[in-house]
Design a protein around this ligand. Structure first.
Ligand SMILES: C[S@@+](CC[C@H](N)C(=O)[O-])C[C@H]1O[C@@H](n2cnc3c(N)ncnc32)[C@H](O)[C@@H]1O
Ligand SMILES: CC(C)=CCC/C(C)=C/COP(=O)(O)OP(=O)(O)O
Ligand SMILES: [Mg+2]
Length: 291
């Protein structure tokens, strides 16, 4: 760590702001699903988000291939990293002297990718001590600990100065918080002209109300999926003006259908596949300018 990062706001962690946040901290402290760890082991980028893009059929081999499972794991991981690449594509012009923020950073895979792409500092916030330690250990192993730092902190009360961040994102982490509170805080820490990006699952107002599949996903992850309408309304109320809204649902279905054929299934695959197909749930990217 450089002086810059170690002297930044490093106040003692006060403990969870709410009982719910305590539940979520415990959830991620104890998470060790093979579908996440074995994919991360492919190249050392550990993600807790899903994948997008076409399956490379040649790369996975045929079902009789003795190496099939290993190849499918590598392919699922490639699609998850491709998802993070698309998020980073929407951050705009990020210079090496910029600072980025990953709100709800998980084990830090996207942060490493962001530093490797832009050469800048990346600050990550997670409720989980285990995740922050994991991310910092990985960054140290890669020799980029002075640029990439994870901290245990609440993204609704970020330990970051007003206007100090050039670009920020939530990659599948906004379903754990109130969106008005979240976007007020991004808006505070982002510089005017900065960019906010989220990739998220949201329920589709065209369907009417959250479907049974959406309720199942909420129960599975102890989260509260918002609607597309809520995202856009909360952004508009907090000086975040959408520059792109992209429906990634067709791009994520191949990932889920491939994942559903592996031994790494967790039991939530059907809910994602069925809700994406019946139109009740969408996988979207929203990029917004801080004005
Ligand atoms: C599904 S994981 C996504 C991780 C990461 N964005 C990725 O793409 O790999 C959700 C993350 O949100 C974090 N999270 C949830 N509520 C939070 C809060 N109030 N403040 C900070 N992090 C939070 C969890 O600790 C966890 O790291
Ligand atoms: C799109 C939605 C609704 C996401 C909810 C948040 C979440 C748990 C994301 C994936 O985490 P993970 O990678 O730990 O999950 P899994 O073990 O299923 O791969
Ligand atoms: Mg996963």
């Amino acid at each position: 760590m450089t002086d810059d990062l170690t002297t930044a706001t490093d106040a003692a962690i006060p403990g969870p702001a709410t009982p719910y946040q305590g539940d979520i901290a415990r959830y991620w402290d104890h998470e060790a699903r093979p579908v996440n760890l074995r994919l991360g082991d492919v190249d050392g980028l550990y993600h807790h988000h899903y994948g997008i893009g076409e399956i490379d059929q040649a790369a996975i081999g045929d079902p009789a291939d003795s190496e099939r499972e290993k190849k499918v794991i590598a392919e699922l991981h490639r699609l998850e990293s491709a998802q993070a690449d698309v998020l980073l594509d929407h951050l705009g012009d990020i210079r090496p002297d910029s600072t980025l923020l990953d709100a709800g950073c998980g084990r830090g895979g996207s942060m490493v990718m962001a530093h490797q792409r832009f050469g800048c500092k990346v600050e990550g916030l997670t409720l989980s001590t285990q995740q922050a330690e994991f991310g910092n250990k990985r960054a140290a192993e890669l020799g980029i600990g002075e640029f990439v730092r994870s901290r245990v902190a609440n993204m609704l009360d970020m330990p970051l100065a007003n206007g100090s961040i050039a670009g920020s994102w939530n990659n599948e982490s906004s379903m754990y918080v109130d969106l008005h509170d979240l976007f007020a805080e991004h808006s505070r820490v982002l510089a005017v002209g900065g960019r906010y990006v989220t990739i998220t699952g949201c329920w589709n107002p065209k369907y009417g109300q959250p479907s049974k599949w959406v309720s199942q996903i909420n129960a599975h992850f102890e989260c509260n999926i918002h609607s597309r309408r809520e995202y856009l309304r909360a952004m508009a109320d907090n000086r975040l003006v959408p520059q792109a809204v992209i429906d990634l649902t067709p791009d994520t279905l191949p990932y889920w259908e491939l994942r559903n054929t592996t031994s790494l299934v967790t039991g939530i695959e059907e809910a994602f596949i069925e809700s994406y197909k019946d139109g009740s749930f969408q996988y979207v990217l929203i990029a917004a300018d801080r004005v």
